[in-house]
Design a protein around this ligand. Structure first.
Ligand SMILES: C[S@@+](CC[C@H](N)C(=O)[O-])C[C@H]1O[C@@H](n2cnc3c(N)ncnc32)[C@H](O)[C@@H]1O
Length: 179
């Protein structure tokens, strides 16, 4: 289920160009993308918080992150976005920030749009935040995709055609930067 090397390299490129100090991931699974994102975060005090619904996955991802040597930059948190808003605000505050600079959305596809809207409503993302969303075509996030396509006045939106992880089946990654 991880993003894989081809789409992963694309995500790395966006992390490097965004140069975030604060990053959020929705869906850690085993920590593959968390390790990639953290490795591409260049600012000395940068931090990635990765939210994961499964306690077993949190445990595994935490071990992988530790094994990869990036545990100072990554915190894998058990839970879902709607129940973690206050905690995330506190974490940001402790870093002297109020919003995430970079977000990677890669959890259940029907949660993409509601969780994006929740991030916006709660002010956890704002002008300049770069939001990268995986699996836009396969398995697909049609509601998220059509929302992004119809709100180009509020965001710069780029869809990268690519391949589903470890296969030659079509997929895409959508990158939205809040204006
Ligand atoms: C595609 S996998 C993530 C892969 C990971 N980003 C990578 O590339 O290495 C999706 C993960 O999202 C988790 N998940 C599903 N719904 C979630 C939610 N609402 N909040 C957080 N995690 C969720 C699943 O348990 C699963 O581990």
């Amino acid at each position: 289920m991880c993003v894989g090397p081809i789409k992963g390299a694309l995500v790395d490129t966006y992390v490097r160009s965004c140069n975030p100090r604060t990053a959020l991931e929705l869906g850690a699974y085993c920590g593959y993308s968390a390790v990639r994102i953290a490795s591409a975060m260049q600012q000395p005090s940068s931090k990635l918080i990765s939210l994961e619904i499964s306690a077993a996955n949190v445990e595994i991802a935490t071990q992988i992150v530790h094994h990869a040597g990036v545990s100072s930059k990554v915190q894998v948190v058990h839970g879902i976005l709607s129940t973690k808003i206050d905690e995330l605000k506190q974490q940001l505050k402790s870093m002297g920030a109020s919003t995430f600079d970079f977000v990677f959305i890669d959890h259940y596809k029907e949660f993409y749009l509601p969780d994006f809207l929740l991030l916006k409503e709660t002010g956890l993302i704002s002008k300049g935040t770069v939001i990268v969303a995986d699996n836009i075509i396969r398995p697909g996030a049609p509601a998220y995709r059509s929302y992004m396509e119809s709100h180009k006045e509020a965001m710069d939106v780029v869809e990268h055609k690519t391949w589903f992880e470890y296969s030659s089946l079509p997929d895409s990654i959508m990158v939205s930067t809040l204006k």
